[in-house]
Design a protein around this ligand. Structure first.
Ligand SMILES: [Mn+2]
Length: 319
């Protein structure tokens, strides 16, 4: 397997993932970090953004370097870079890494194979699941902490085994990870039952903005920089909030506008059934999966709404 070979012949490996890292990004990064360490490699995990509070229980989290730019000393030492769960080479936010030999491991439909080595599988329930094959090919022992990281990747990317990617393959991976020491009840509690108070206060403010369009088939929520400030919350505290309006009876598409920095609006889209929000996100330079996609709109919140909401309504009306 090409990925395992690339890891085997490298000495100093830098691992990264997309900005605003989620469970699949962080779980995959940390499991691969441990695998590289087991192989006797020097490995680093470098991210642009901090982890969301719900993932604070992950093993090895203290190994992650959160920086705006990869330090020169590290860039110089690195002989292999691994991009995990990045449908575009710009997703980590580290253009300086693109000069290095690159391994691209991803399960997004629209990944353009930007790596020197590409391991892409759109059928995979999570990148964390794909790493089982990497670990096997590299001859690494699946430790309980690696299993915890990879199970977290799997359970978060399948929405607690509820989304369309909850396949037999997802359960086969789950079985293996549990046998290797992942504890589903402990991980579920860590993920769901330690929400900081500020997150719930922010949720209350964001949910108060709820708008229903297209006869109740589109639900829209908004978070502004002022709300963050008022709740004393961080951008990563908005993670997963888009699933609240998605759950409303009759809603086919949920839209979450995050106007957190001047001049740019991050938009998360979630859909149910056959409505493809990935295609819509792609027309705005974004990406993702059929039922979960995102994009960054350059402009004001008003402009983002004016450009996007008619397209979303069109999408549900033609479905
Ligand atoms: Mn994923």
């Amino acid at each position: 397997m090409a990925v395992a070979q690339a890891l085997g012949s490298a000495q100093r490996i830098l691992i990264t993932s997309h900005r605003s890292p989620d469970g699949d990004a962080l779980g995959s990064e940390l499991a691969l970090w441990e695998a590289c360490s087991q192989l006797g490699k020097q490995a680093w995990v470098v991210n642009r953004d901090p982890h969301p509070p719900s993932l604070s229980f992950l093993p090895h989290l203290d190994r992650i370097l959160v920086v705006d730019q990869v330090p020169a000393w590290l860039l110089e030492q690195t002989d292999l870079v691994v991009f995990l769960e990045c449908p575009g080479s710009d997703r980590p936010g580290f253009p300086e890494l693109l000069t290095k030999p690159l391994v691209n491991v991803d399960h997004h439909l629209d990944n353009p194979q930007y790596g020197a080595v590409n391991y892409l599988d759109p059928q995979a329930p999570a990148v964390g699941e794909m790493l089982l094959a990497v670990v096997d090919a590299a001859g690494v022992r699946l430790s309980p902490s690696m299993a915890t990281c990879l199970y977290t990747a799997l359970v978060t990317d399948t929405g607690d085994f509820r989304y369309a990617n909850t396949t037999a393959r997802a359960f086969a991976a789950a079985q293996r990870l549990v046998e290797a020491g992942a504890q589903p009840a402990v991980i579920a509690e860590a993920l769901n039952d330690h929400v900081p108070e500020r997150v719930v206060r922010l949720q209350a403010m964001v949910l108060a903005t709820l708008e229903m369009l297209a006869q109740g088939r589109v639900a829209v929520i908004t978070c502004t920089a002022e709300m963050l400030k008022q709740a004393q919350a961080q951008p990563q505290d908005t993670e997963d909030m888009v699933n609240l309006p998605r759950a409303i009876d009759g809603v086919r598409v949920a839209v979450f506008f995050k106007a957190l920095t001047p001049g740019a609006v991050r938009v998360s889209l979630r859909s149910k059934g056959s409505i493809n929000v990935q295609a819509l996100a792609a027309t705005f330079g974004g990406g993702g999966h059929e039922n979960a996609a995102g994009l960054t709109f350059v402009g004001s919140l008003e402009q983002a709404r004016a450009h996007l909401l008619p397209k979303v309504c069109q999408l549900v009306e033609s479905a």
